[in-house]
Design a protein around this ligand. Structure first.
Ligand code: APR
Length: 261
């Protein structure tokens, strides 16, 4: 049995299988990754996107954030075969949760279309936990109102910097910025899913930032079968049971096919 077959086999017998994803899963959809060749942090200074800068220089922060958002999300982008495979395994009850660092909303889109395509069948709905929030919304820092990001980014691009809510509060992208705490409840949920999991797949992430680095290790130390699917090596490879250095769009549909047969 090769590594891929072992993962599929373990997913079939698992009570709880969990997927954790990073920018690499959305790269085949045209969303750039952060690190590596053509990574966003080669073109932009990540030090300009901190919570501290948002507070002290909201105008400059928004100016740069408009450029970053254009770089990442200007193209029309759609879920790819890897998002679809995870969504299908979730619908089939083989995957309990998808934890993601991505803020692009593509797991939600894939699940929506997979669920829409199976209205008459009995379906499960996996938990999707967006650890770093979502780029599709902004949130008022005063009244807490959340609203669609696109029109607010357009206002910022047209010169309203920082863009403000009806209440006068400053809008902030509804994502976790550098220097900002991840919501405690979300981190706790992710950690308990990693601990509970019988299989934990880390997909398309360099696994260098927290909590990405510690979740697969936590799963491994709790006895989970840990699989890593990534084009490059990661610092967590030595803790994993299976490492597949292949494209996510090759590996995940094959795992799904084995799990579904
Ligand atoms: N198939 C498999 N792996 C891929 C593919 C692909 N088609 N394309 C890219 N990769 C891999 C790259 O080799 C790289 O190791 O995906 C990984 C993406 O790593 P990062 O760009 O570091 O993304 P991620 O781990 O999600 O970053 C974590 O860092 O800056 C922050 O907040 C940002 O959420 C982000 C966090």
């Amino acid at each position: 049995m090769d590594g891929l077959e072992r993962l599929a086999d373990d997913i079939c017998s698992a009570a709880t299988a969990v997927a954790f994803t990073g920018a690499g899963i959305s790269a085949p959809s045209g969303v750039p990754t952060f690190r590596g060749d053509d990574g966003v942090w080669d073109k932009f200074d990540e030090g300009q996107f901190t919570y501290g800068r948002f507070r002290s220089d909201p105008e400059g922060f928004w100016e740069d954030r408009v450029d970053l958002q254009r770089e990442m999300f200007d193209e029309a982008y759609e879920p790819n075969a890897a998002h679809e495979a995870l969504a299908a395994m979730g619908r089939g009850g083989d995957l309990e949760a998808i934890l993601t660092q991505n803020t692009d909303g593509l797991h939600g889109d894939a699940l929506e279309s997979v669920l829409a395509g199976s209205a008459t069948e009995e379906t499960n709905e996996p938990t999707i936990l967006e650890l770093h929030g979502t780029s599709r919304r902004v949130r008022c820092t005063d009244c807490g109102k959340r609203t669609a990001a696109d029109p607010i980014f357009e206002r910022a691009a047209d010169g309203e910097r920082p863009p403000t809510c009806d209440c006068g509060g400053v809008y902030k992208p509804d994502v976790v910025l550098f220097g900002e705490q991840l919501p405690e409840a979300v981190v706790q949920r992710a950690r308990s899913l990693a601990r509970e999991s019988d299989v934990f797949l880390a997909i398309g992430s360099s696994l260098v930032v927290e909590p990405a680095a510690s979740l697969p290790r936590l799963a491994a130390s709790s006895g989970s079968t840990v699989g890593i699917v990534n084009l490059e090596s990661t610092p967590v490879d030595s803790d994993a049971d299976v490492v597949l250095r292949e494209d996510v769009t090759e590996v995940l549909p094959r795992i799904r096919d084995l799990v579904e047969t």
